[in-house]
Design a protein around this ligand. Structure first.
Ligand code: SAM
Length: 338
């Protein structure tokens, strides 16, 4: 039976988010703007990335010794890492792991959904910020068409990865007009759209509070056209606030990380592609687990290090956020993953 480690605020470690690469084939303007992530940008070298074997070893320790129950693969874009199915297969075999999911931009899903499912992936979240090709192209900045993401979502559903979650980040003046069409499109699909407040992650996106469309406003926009009612949380501290259509045609969620922060229930540990452990999305530095892995540490030593890091965790950035904290240096979302 796994020990359960808790931090200084009594929060257990339940979710492990693993970034498998810092690279992405999109250049979303709010995440990896071309001016910063251009031709000369120094991404991590291959040798710096954790190998699949190293990732699996750490994941086993998190599950066996520290109570992690769910793993989500992210990036960068996880599907740009070659043979990711092999990692999925290795992780899916870990005893005690209850859920294995992935967050992707969906660009390679039409091809990859079936092999990922066969390898043991259980669920998938696809990011899609608009159904309007012009709006979407202006966001992804590589002219990626909406149709190909929709085809990826179809393929994922056909492969048995349903119900699928669709994540839409809403940024003022950029895609708030896409909120209602997005809700309408997926209303009868069985998939759940989750509207996400634009956050001050990283420092390349020039975030300002004025850019945030509050969750309450998003709900009001949808409710005016497609009446909604609240749904009780699945469990206390659930990150997403759930709503359903009054006519019974489905459910949506909002993630109000800026206007209604949920640090008190945050059970997430984040592992970067180069093996640094972060205890908050808004952290400035991570703890180097790769040095332990490659320095010959035993499983017991690595486990003790992870426990020690979690036990002193006191992060609650979103509850403390102000205009001043937004300007502080932070790691990039593309490095750490969503
Ligand atoms: N490439 C994958 C994808 O597109 O889903 C996984 C990584 S991406 C960094 C994860 C999620 O973070 C995406 O849904 C993206 O829209 C979201 N994201 C990036 N920057 C954000 C920000 N400033 N505020 C809120 N969400 C953000």
């Amino acid at each position: 039976m796994a020990m359960t480690v808790t931090d200084t605020l009594g929060r257990p470690l339940r979710d492990l988010r693993i970034s498998v690469t810092d690279r992405c084939n999109f250049r979303c303007v709010y995440c990896m703007p071309k001016e910063v992530f251009g031709r000369d940008y120094q991404f991590l070298e291959r040798a710096e990335l954790l190998t699949f074997e190293e990732i699996e070893r750490l994941a086993r320790i998190f599950v066996a010794d520290h109570g992690a129950r769910k793993i989500r693969l992210t990036g960068g874009e996880p599907l740009v890492r070659r043979e990711l199915e092999r990692l999925v297969e290795m992780l899916a075999r870990i005893p005690g792991l209850e859920d294995l999911a992935m967050t992707t931009n969906g660009s390679a899903l039409a091809r990859k959904a079936q092999p990922l499912r066969a390898a043991g992936l259980r669920r998938i979240t696809v990011s899609l910020d608009s159904l309007d090709d012009d709006v979407f192209a202006a966001i992804n900045d590589v002219r990626f068409p909406v149709d190909r993401v929709l085809a990826g979502i179809e393929a994922a559903a056909a492969a048995g990865l349903a119900p699928i979650k669709i994540n839409m980040v809403v940024k003022r003046g950029v895609n708030e007009h896409s909120v209602v069409p997005m809700a309408r499109h997926f209303r009868d699909s069985g998939h759940t759209v989750r509207f996400i407040e634009y956050m001050d992650v990283g420092h390349t996106n020039g975030w300002r509070m004025d850019d945030v469309v509050p969750a309450a406003e998003i709900i009001a926009m949808i409710d005016a056209e497609l009446p909604l009612e609240p749904v009780a949380p699945n469990y206390p501290g659930e990150v997403v606030e759930r709503w359903r259509y009054r006519d019974g045609s489905g459910e949506i969620g909002v993630i109000a990380s800026v206007t209604r922060p949920f640090c008190g229930g945050c059970t997430r540990a984040r592992l970067s592609a180069e093996g640094k452990l972060f205890t908050c999305l808004f952290a400035i530095t991570g703890h180097d687990l790769r040095a332990l892995l490659r320095g010959g540490a035993s499983d017991a030593e690595i486990s003790a290090a992870i426990g020690g890091i979690w036990r002193v965790r006191d992060d609650r950035y979103s509850e403390l956020r102000t205009a001043e904290t937004a300007a502080l240096p932070k790691v990039e979302m593309s490095y750490l993953g969503g």
